[in-house]
Design a protein. Structure first.
Length: 175
């Protein structure tokens, strides 16, 4: 067992890479077996489509560094030669290349950020609505208070006028 910290880390990463490479190599063997089975059955169309799929996998494995590019080329050559032994021109013409998968743009982090941004914008709009409603209610309350104050002042003025009138009447009676 390694004693150096970085070497321990390398052991872990190498093990992960080994497991990934094993999975890819197993997939390559399965694809090659499918071609051989189709050739043995004499099904040219299936053999040709399986060979094309296997070639695609070989190219991908070579680009990822799982197998050497020359080994990928050699295997592709062998597979295509095998498939061409039973595939006719009609089989090749009938082959339809699979549609490419739509690539996802952006990352999860960016998507989460956009979702947060949208939620914040929605919350801001909601807050603005609530604030507007509150301001309207405050304005109505202020108007109501002003009317009440005006009515109270008017009533007070009337009461003062009535009291003054009573005071004048009392003064007039006293004379």
């Amino acid at each position: 067992m390694a004693n150096i910290k970085s070497q321990k880390k390398r052991i872990i990463t190498n093990e992960k890479a080994r497991m990934r490479n094993r999975a890819v190599k197993s997939e390559l063997k399965t694809a090659t077996r499918r071609v051989k089975d189709a050739v043995a059955a004499g099904d040219g169309a299936a053999a040709y489509s399986a060979a094309c799929a296997a070639c695609r996998l070989m190219d991908k494995a070579a680009s990822k560094g799982v197998i050497h590019k020359n080994q990928a080329a050699n295997r592709k050559s062998g597979i295509m030669a095998l498939a061409n032994s039973v595939a006719t021109a009609e089989d090749k013409a009938a082959y339809v290349k699979p549609a490419p998968k739509a690539q996802k743009t952006g990352s999860k982090k960016a998507a989460a950020k956009e979702a947060r941004k949208a939620a914040m914008a929605e919350a801001s709009a909601e807050k603005a609505k609530r604030r507007e409603k509150q301001l309207k209610e405050e304005k109505k309350a202020a108007e109501r208070k002003a009317k009440e104050a005006e009515a109270a002042a008017k009533a007070e003025a009337e009461a003062a006028a009535a009291e003054a009138a009573e005071g004048e009447e009392a003064a007039a009676d006293a004379e």
